[in-house]
Design a binder for this molecule. Structure first.
Ligand code: GTP
Ligand code: MG
Length: 512
């Protein structure tokens, strides 16, 4: 399908399908200017300077009386264009009929309809982009939050590719040292000691491993950070979901067991796209349907990057401890737990809606009167110390007291119905989202194919180090090194196959 890559001139609509103010039809290939000139009344595009825009009419040569549309043609001469070929971008009025007619005209004059992703594929084939950059074009187009955009844009600029190329160059250096050593082995000349090779390989392994483990952050920021809201029935989970989404998405009622199934929706907050998942309240029940919902609550925990566990001030300590154990058993590795004591507004009903000085939140309406101090003391003593068994001075506790992990879990005091202290919850979510790490976008893997290649590279590099440790013959070590280099090369497309390119570009839309 791509055999005639250089000789065909291709065309496609590059704006979304449907009616819009304007639509852009892109034409790319050696004959782009000549073909468009046959249907263009205006300055001859084959003669104008590159990177200029021109107003003119689209004319069907078989019906010159009736121009199809007045349009703007932007001209890019090879190789200074997105594809590296001659490109004309024609902006027409966005009617479906005009778009269709213009495409028909172009095809009648000798263009071929572009395949999915063919413009970007040509850009890759002509060396305008490497493979990782080409893949990032799709990510930039799909990005729906600041952090996802930042990662994709950095990858499209080539920061990630540069990082991978550096790693690859260093591996090639190790390989050449090893080969030198092999060549001269009989002469007892030591160009590079095995210890030196091993040190280099270990340094690279650390860097590759950290790229591999960055994928969970990278993919979460790209697809939406999964946040499960869990707790007992009536804890206020659906109320919190609605608050976070700023929408009445889930039914809220004081009947325990209102939410039967998981409900999810996305929201961008402070540059991060979150995927909030409201779940069925977890409790012992004989209701078969409710139990199915509860199973899904546990599944949501096991897939979350952040779990918000809502508890209420009246939760007895034994139930808190039992619940805590079952959460600990389902929390995936690397995920973060936030325990939020909800309905904090009910604690000072005596002073009716007056905000209290929260233990660890923003100073939301701090009131230093005696009453407020009493309230705060009340909050601290009752919930922090009695139920959760922690000091009010240090409102976090080790969730995994029974296990070896000593992760401290922050304790927040909120009210989902009044919004009290939600800003603290949002800050904590942001901290756990990994968005701040995305400042070093070149060190974050967002693409599953890159993740897979790096995982393979890591495994073969571990074999290299093992081989050095066990005194394996240099030939075998060199073989594993070559494999590591191969996997890194596949990321930027230094080494590639037709099948791989086909799979990558098929996922693009036509027109990209
Ligand atoms: N006073 C007060 N009431 C709240 C707060 N949050 C939720 N509620 C009330 O608590 C009740 C239960 O709220 P939901 O959001 O439906 O609770 P849920 O955790 O989703 O419950 P299930 O779906 O049954 O598991 C409702 O009557 C809410 O109005 C809060 O911060 N303060
Ligand atoms: Mg609910």
């Amino acid at each position: 399908m791509y055999q005639q890559l250089d000789s065909d001139t291709i065309c496609a609509i590059s704006t979304p399908s449907g009616v819009g103010g304007i639509a852009i039809i892109r034409v790319s290939g050696p004959e782009a200017f000549n073909i468009v000139d046959t249907i263009w009344r205006g300055r001859k595009l084959s003669e104008v300077t590159s990177h200029t825009a021109h107003l003119g009419d689209i004319i069907d040569p078989e019906n010159e009386e009736e121009p199809l549309d007045t349009a703007v043609a932007t001209v890019f001469r090879a190789p200074r264009s997105f594809t590296g070929e001659n490109v004309v971008e024609i902006s027409v009025h966005g009617s479906k009929w005009i778009q269709r007619e213009l495409l028909n005209l172009l095809i009648r004059r000798g263009c071929r309809m572009a395949e999915a992703g063919e413009f970007t594929r040509r850009a890759f084939a002509n060396g305008r982009l490497d493979l990782a950059q080409a893949e990032a074009v799709a990510d930039v187009i799909a990005a729906s939050s600041r952090s996802a955009h930042r990662l994709a844009a950095s990858q499209m600029r080539g920061d990630f590719s540069k990082h991978i190329s550096e790693l690859r160059d260093q591996l090639i250096e190790i390989a050449s040292l090893l080969e030198l050593e092999l060549d001269f082995s009989e002469e007892d000349v030591e160009f590079a000691s095995r210890q030196h090779l091993k040190n280099l390989a270990e340094q690279l392994l650390t860097r590759i491993s950290s790229l591999v483990s960055s994928f969970s952050t990278g993919s979460a920021l790209k697809e939406g950070v999964p946040v499960a809201i869990i707790g007992e029935p009536n804890a206020g989970k659906s109320t919190l979901l609605n608050l976070l989404l700023n929408d009445n998405r889930a039914i809220v009622s004081d009947i325990p067991g209102t939410t039967r199934d998981t409900i999810e929706d996305t929201m961008e907050i402070d540059g991060v796209l979150y995927r909030f998942i409201d779940t069925a309240g977890i409790r012992e029940t004989a209701d078969a349907v409710e139990n199915l919902g509860i199973e899904r609550s546990y599944t949501a925990i096991s897939k979350a990057r952040i779990v918000i566990w809502l508890v209420t001030p009246d939760m007895p300590q034994e139930r808190f401890q039992t619940f805590r154990k079952s959460i600990a058993a389902h929390l995936p590795e690397g995920s973060n737990l936030i325990v939020a004591v909800n309905k904090i507004d009910t604690l000072h009903s005596s002073v009716c809606n007056r905000p209290i000085n929260l233990v660890n939140g923003d100073s939301v309406g701090i009131d230093s009167t005696d009453d407020a101090m009493k309230d705060e003391k009340h909050v601290n003593e009752n919930f922090t110390t009695k139920t959760f068994g922690v000091s009010s001075m240090n409102p976090s506790f080790a969730l995994f007291t029974e296990s070896t992990s000593t992760t401290d879990t922050p304790l927040l005091y909120i009210s989902a119905s009044t919004g009290l202290n939600i800003s603290s919850l949002l800050k904590q979510l942001h901290r756990y989202s990994g968005a701040d790490e995305s400042g070093n976008a070149d060190l974050i893997v967002t693409n599953a194919r890159h993740y897979e290649a790096l995982t393979h590279a890591k495994l073969s590099l571990i074999r290299v180090i093992d081989g050095i440790n066990t005194g394996l013959s240099g030939d075998f070590i060199a073989q594993d090194l070559r494999e590591t280099i191969h996997h890194l090369s596949s990321i930027t497309g230094t080494i590639t196959t037709d099948d791989l390119l086909k799979t990558i570009f098929e996922r693009f839309c036509i027109g990209k």
